[in-house]
Design a protein around this ligand. Structure first.
Ligand code: SF4
Length: 70
């Protein structure tokens, strides 16, 4: 695959929309036992886990527009 999705960690607001739309690619980090819900960030753990089209749906659905192609 020529391009990989990336989540801008400074911009992610932890809404989990991308994880719900594309759990094969994105997952939440930093939410286990931290006691700070706002520490949730999405990360790309499997860049090729879903089709480009489905990843682009997640990108377009991100309210903070912080998922981009590398
Ligand atoms: S949709 Fe955007 S803001 Fe929401 S968790 Fe995913 S990357 Fe973060």
């Amino acid at each position: 695959m020529a391009k990989s999705p990336v989540v801008d960690q400074d911009c992610c607001i932890g809404c989990e929309v991308c994880v719900q739309l594309c759990p094969e690619v994105f997952r939440m980090e930093g939410d286990e036992g931290s006691g700070h819900d706002h520490d949730h960030k999405s990360i790309v753990y499997n860049p090729s886990g879903a089709s480009v089209e489905r990843i682009e749906v997640a990108m377009d659905s991100c309210p903070a527009a912080c998922i981009y192609w590398d």
